[in-house]
Design a protein around this ligand. Sequence first.
Ligand code: HEC
Length: 440
Amino acid sequence: MLGRWLFITMGSVWFLASSAVGGELTFTKDVAPILYNHCTSCHRPNEVGPFNLITYADAKRRGRQLVEVTTRRVMPPWKPVKGHGQFLYDRSLSEEQIAIIQKWYEAGMPEGDAKDLPPLPKFTDGWHLGPPGLILKVEKPFRIPAEGDDLYVHFVLPTGLTKDQPFRAVQVLPSNKRVAHHAVPMLDVHKGKAYELARKDGYYIRFDPGFLPRGFLPGYAPGMMTHELPEDQPGVLPQGMDVVLQMHYHPTGKEEWDQPQIGIYFADKPPKRNPSVILLANNEIDIPPGERHYKRTDQFQLPVDYEIRSIFAHMHMIGKQVRVWAELPDKTKRSLLYIDDWDYRWQDTYVYAKPLVLPRGTIIKAEFIWDNSENHPRNPYSPPRRIRWGERSTDEMSGIIIGGMTVKPNDEGWHWLAVLGHYFDIERKANAAKSKWKDN
Ligand code: HEC
């Protein structure tokens, strides 16, 4: 009697469990759609992923690893913690998708019916949105040695534009995606200064660009698609300002060459409001070896009403966490970004799903945490060494760039003045700190 009852109960539990996930999970029906939408943008030939994740054999060979990296949320790389800002183009998997991969693995990785297999998404290896209106190309291929530190190189690209040019999209296209870890195109506010500096070194500037970037164009990070800007809010490439393309290269173990290009897609109409940025940073960085929780902060008070559209965070190898939030005049707090497991290899400009308007008087705060102990998996030194502010990837930096615009067009000047003032403040404090280091 008891046996029969148990049998029935177990039977119905089994039935419930299997019906909840829709029968047997197979590669073709359940797993391939997840890989195609979330993994193959990088895990295909000539992309950054170290192997392909396209066929059943690809997935089966790495079954256990797929479970590991997805449950630990290492892959797909997506750094912002949920609930701290809602972003477009979120690459992360849902709990349900993670469970599907796990259950499929536990069921022995069945392949399933070939006719269930969805078509492989169409990827374009070149220009994502067709031929751009203007292509800026670095004049010569740049050599990345097989071994050594990461390289930060600035290529200066005059645009030749004779009037301000609105654009709807920008794509940075490295010629070698195995070695290009990310790209940040900037605009030189001192027309021609970066160009002069670059001529001294040949055709590029190493490390510190030595100029104040006026603005930023959308950059490149592995697996990133090219996004069109909203029609009423295109970007603007000001005439006479050079584009300075910062490339971050990560040696691959063999000599590599890269000759990146920037494609600009023009827009028909100028923006209703000009874009402007907010910069937050703290360069008073001097981290003793072994220090597990080294903290630096910065804050900026909005002089005028401001609308936030995007956020970009920057630290180097021993970064651990970064948090950005806004404290409104009515004392409410809004979390803008939280990354609890910093990885300098995955830096992206995160675009908010909805613009966020913050009233004048709001204080935007940033907190950066570093871990200079043996515990940090990417600590460049073993045993750990004292690490200070600097441009090399083995030095440290901090930075937040918020993209957006003032709510009233007339406020742009005030906003820009405050941003400049804040920038000089950051520099002044850093210089004071550096002079103290020399005394040590
Ligand atoms: C944006 C590009 C990108 C996407 C999207 C991506 N990967 Fe990766 N993946 C990489 C790179 C690059 C590496 C090499 C390790 C590294 O640099 O972190 C990697 C490494 C891995 C590894 C090896 C991990 C290790 O510890 O050696 C696995 C397994 C993996 N990815 C699975 C996946 C799966 C599964 C997905 C989708 C759910 C995915 N990846 C999506 C870029 C990507």
